[in-house]
Design a protein around this ligand. Structure first.
Ligand code: AMP
Ligand code: GLY
Length: 421
């Protein structure tokens, strides 16, 4: 089969690697891909948001299946566009993708279907939001409605910063806004829970723990994710059941009530408090870097699994996992998540020793004249699989230090809540 993967991050390199291991694959394209996918697929430098051009590429190259990595093309309706052309595609359609594309859409579903989540208010005017903030206890969370590349969420300790957040959102910092979401601050521990769905059946697709803050001890600015491990230390049978019954099932019921079916991954972002789950957010794709920790643990042929979803045969498809733990640490460009240098060379990466349990996924990298350059904030994902997360972390830290990339930094404390306690 000829497969095209959309996206260029670490998540897409992990997806490409797993797909490349399938005997069903004949040719793999990454659109646009990165320096890592380049060695296992053909990278094609194409604007994936220009759907007409994407459609032409799919036709001309007789692509059998398109796998969508990131949220933006999903929210913009790439699945609807390709399906209209009768192309097989893995990912949710435009309406279902509103679960990530609009936080207010999701909150309204939570309210209607009694899904546990932070209490909230939706405000359509600056004055209404300010008046509410004068009355309510702090900390409080202020959110822009739409996609904001992980930046539209403000955790506010006092009224002044909360009002500033509301002002920024209404001024259009994240695009035209006529509504703002204000939420109760949830205490607890976060967990990423994944589900794969064919629209008729869904199955759990493992758990992970992400580290979103830039600094050790979970301090500093929010990022796309500085590292993760899988499975999460918080999961247990009772919690699993509550997540499925109270959150996942009613959500798919809500999508069905809209006359839609959900095909793809659903990322359930949770806060866990006293073994009870609260929905923080949905993402309509795999997490990054969670995907880089989860996929290496998968034993089942990934391409077969995705095909079973596209053909609505997930019910009869087993999903098997290695009984191991996995960790990913992200090597970033100094300055990330704010200003950082682009096009900085990385040397000696080819001298790193990789094997089946220890390897590197590329994220913001590009080959220029056969030399490797960092072009993004999150650059390389070091992954290790073992029986024990501490061993994995030690191995990864040694590898990153051996590489000695001067423009890089990383968190040495990934997994600290369960390793170092
Ligand atoms: P989101 O983009 O909605 O995932 O928010 C980004 C991050 O902000 C989450 O991963 C949480 O760490 C934090 N967050 C969002 N909403 C809340 C909330 N209601 N209570 C506490 N933390 C939150
Ligand atoms: N790691 C968080 C995300 O993928 O949104």
């Amino acid at each position: 089969m000829k497969i095209a993967i959309l996206g260029n991050g670490g998540r897409e390199h992990a997806i490409a690697k797993k797909i490349s291991e399938s005997p069903k694959l004949s040719k793999l394209y990454c659109l646009p891909g990165n320096a890592g996918t380049n060695s296992i697929a053909e990278n094609v430098n194409l604007d994936i948001y220009n759907f007409e051009n994407l459609g032409k590429f799919v036709d001309e190259n007789q692509i059998d299946l398109v796998i969508v990595g990131p949220e933006k093309p999903l929210v913009e309706g790439v699945v609807d566009f390709l399906k209209k052309k009768k192309v097989k595609v893995f990912g949710p359609n435009k309406i279902s993708s509103q679960l990530e594309g609009s936080k207010i859409f999701t909150k309204k579903i939570c309210e209607k279907y009694n899904i546990p989540t932070a209490q909230f208010g939706i405000f359509e005017s600056l004055k209404g939001a300010h008046d509410y903030l004068d009355k309510i206890n702090k900390p409080i969370v202020v959110k822009a409605d739409g996609l904001a590349g992980g930046k539209g969420v403000y955790i506010c300790e006092d009224t002044v910063s909360a009002k500033n957040a509301v002002n920024e959102i209404f001024k259009g910092k994240f695009g035209l806004a006529n509504q703002v979401l204000i939420e109760e601050f949830l205490q607890g521990e976060e967990m990423s829970y994944f589900v794969i769905s064919d629209g008729k059946t869904f199955k759990k697709f493992n758990t992970a723990q992400d580290h979103k803050r830039v600094g050790e001890g979970d301090k500093g600015k929010n990022t796309g994710g500085m590292g993760a491990y899988s499975p999460s230390g918080l999961i247990n049978k009772d919690l699993d059941l509550k997540i499925i019954e109270k959150i996942v099932k009613p959500t798919f019921a809500a999508i069905n009530d809209l006359g839609e079916t959900y095909n793809g991954f659903l990322y359930v972002g949770l806060m866990i408090k006293e073994n009870n789950p609260y929905l923080v957010e949905y993402n309509v794709r795999m997490g990054d870097p969670e995907c880089q920790t989860i996929l290496p643990l998968l034993k089942t042929d990934f391409l077969e699994l995705i095909l079973s979803c596209c053909e609505k045969k997930l019910k009869s498809q087993n999903i098997e996992w290695k009984n191991k733990k996995s960790m990913c640490i992200v090597l970033c460009s100094k300055g990330y998540p704010e200003i950082y240098k682009k096009k900085v060379e990385i040397t000696n990466l080819d001298k790193q020793k990789n094997d089946i349990n220890s390897f590197i996924y590329h994220a913001g990298t590009q080959l220029i004249d056969d030399k490797l350059y960092a072009i993004g904030g999150r650059v390389l994902n070091f992954v290790s699989i073992s029986e024990n997360l501490k061993d994995s972390r030690d191995k990864i830290i040694k590898k990153i230090d051996d590489l000695g990339w001067k423009n890089g930094f990383y968190r040495k404390d990934i997994g600290y809540k369960i390793i170092d306690k």
